[in-house]
Design a protein around this ligand. Structure first.
Ligand code: F0G
Length: 456
């Protein structure tokens, strides 16, 4: 069969409220031209994020009913801990209410002011947590990872030569961690190869620096390794995951992505002393060590989701349906980041609206146009998100200006995606009339969430 179908049936549905262009003009104006400030009911297809937006399976809902809400030592906790240990292989598991809480606890424990954390590309909350504690976040993704049009299998890799020079320049004592984000969300959702994980781990360890993985989209990354890296085609995804994490000293995880849950996260490590310190901080700020910020039922949903996300029919559907959108856009001459990532399609805004300079936020402007056109909500990954340096209170263009259309897991059908493709195509046809933006007001950290804009 040529047609590849969603490998599930739909048991519960959620209505979508349709809107007119005139209604959307009013809504986005009221939101200060910031899609984050829209009400979800005013969005037709919501591709703002794949985080916490998954549809849970009947097995996950059944597991929710088994949730044990005991404060300490709940059955749900032991099922959660066992699933995480089995899949990732770490000794200590620290439950958190989401990924950024794991980051805060990790950096709050290991990072001192002025120290540097190196990553392929820090996600915004990871960078935010490091900078908030007075640290510095350095991104060392390979050069090809910054060129949207370049086709390569592992554009999320870290540049190992640059890593070696950075360690030499900064000094290992000033680098509490080297991290790698799989897949590289802020760099187009591109995967990292096993070889790169192995090399980065080796370089970090040669210098006595712990190596961590930001595991948010670990299953998608593992599936790309299976499909693209020589030697892995016949290995079960579960084994590939085990190998990936065998090179790391710990990980941070948002269960809102590849655990197919609506909330949750965790932090793992093998170091007993470190785990003790992290647990102290956890108890003060998140919750007791056997639930973090989570309800028992949430831990059960995650325990089931972590296994379901490794099913290869699911991963084949997941990666193929994302590629379906990217290929449809490419066929219409619309520049997207190539090849397609796992969880999202990224429009190359500088390629689509080259008349808008980066400091007039071409990606942001394009995301506003998509909403106006068809009620589709995407998110800018570009100069608004990454261009501002709070240290110097100055602004410079980000490496790329992209619009991420993140695809929630198991939520939308192919006809929803055809609608999205048509929306992008319509905006693309009138692209020369799209205008740049200026910021009217913005906070110092993570400005994209609440900034307000106007057209130039
Ligand atoms: N790391 C990565 C790579 C992420 O993509 C995210 C979240 C986090 C950490 C933080 O996890 O949201 O559970 O606190 N990314 C979401 C997104 C928000 O839309 O890409 P969190």
């Amino acid at each position: 069969m040529k047609t590849f179908i969603e490998p599930f049936k739909i048991k519960a549905v959620e209505p979508i409220q349709m809107t007119t262009r005139a209604q959307r003009e009013q809504k986005i104006r009221e939101a200060g031209l910031n899609p984050f400030l829209l009400r979800a009911e005013d969005v037709i297809i919501d591709l703002l994020t794949d985080s916490g937006t998954s549809a849970m399976s009947s097995e996950q809902w059944a597991a929710m009913m088994r949730g044990d809400e005991s404060y300490a030592g709940a059955r749900s906790w032991f099922r959660f801990e066992a699933a995480v240990q089995e899949i990732f292989g770490f000794k200590h598991v620290i439950p958190t209410h989401q990924g950024r809480a794991a980051e805060r606890i990790l950096f709050g424990t290991v990072l001192k002011p002025k120290q540097t954390v190196i990553n392929n590309t820090h996600f915004d909350t990871t960078r935010g947590n490091i900078e908030f504690l007075g640290g510095r976040a350095v991104d060392l993704v390979v050069e090809e990872g910054k060129d949207p049009a370049h086709e390569a299998p592992f554009k999320g890799n870290m540049d190992t030569d640059k890593l070696r020079s950075a360690i030499k320049e900064i000094g290992p004592a000033q680098i509490p961690l080297v991290m790698i984000t799989v897949t590289n969300n802020s760099g187009g959702g591109q995967p990292v190869s096993m070889e790169n994980i192995r090399q980065v781990s080796q370089i970090a360890h040669e210098n006595g620096i712990p190596f961590y993985i930001d595991a948010c989209r670990f299953a998608e990354n593992a599936y790309f390794i299976k499909k693209r890296e020589p030697g892995y085609a016949d290995r079960p995804v579960k084994e590939i995951v085990k190998e990936m994490f065998s090179y790391a000293d710990g990980c941070t995880m948002s269960a809102k992505k590849d655990a197919l849950a609506n909330i949750g996260g965790f932090l793992c490590c093998n170091d007993d002393e470190l785990a003790k310190k992290e647990q102290e901080l956890l108890i003060i700020t998140e919750g007791y060590s056997t639930y973090g910020g989570l309800a028992g039922r949430d831990m059960d949903a995650i325990a089931v989701g972590l296994h379901e996300v490794l099913e290869e029919d699911y991963l084949e559907y997941r990666t193929r349906s994302t590629a379906y959108v990217a290929n449809a856009l490419t066929a219409r001459g619309i520049p997207v980041v190539k090849p397609a990532g796992g969880h999202a399609v990224y429009l190359d805004a500088r390629g689509i609206v080259p008349h808008i300079p980066p400091l007039q936020y071409p990606g942001w402007s394009l995301s506003v146009e998509l909403y106006l056109e068809a009620g589709v909500r995407g998110v800018e990954i570009g100069t608004v998100m990454f261009g501002y340096d709070p240290e110097t209170d100055s602004e410079k263009p980000a490496a790329m200006d992209l619009v991420r259309l993140a695809i929630p897991r198991r939520v939308y059908t192919q006809s929803h995606m055809d609608y999205v493709v048509e929306a992008v195509e319509n905006v693309h046809k009138r692209r020369t009339s799209v205008k740049g933006l200026k910021i009217v007001s913005a906070p110092r950290f993570l400005r994209h969430f609440t900034a307000r804009f106007d057209w130039v």
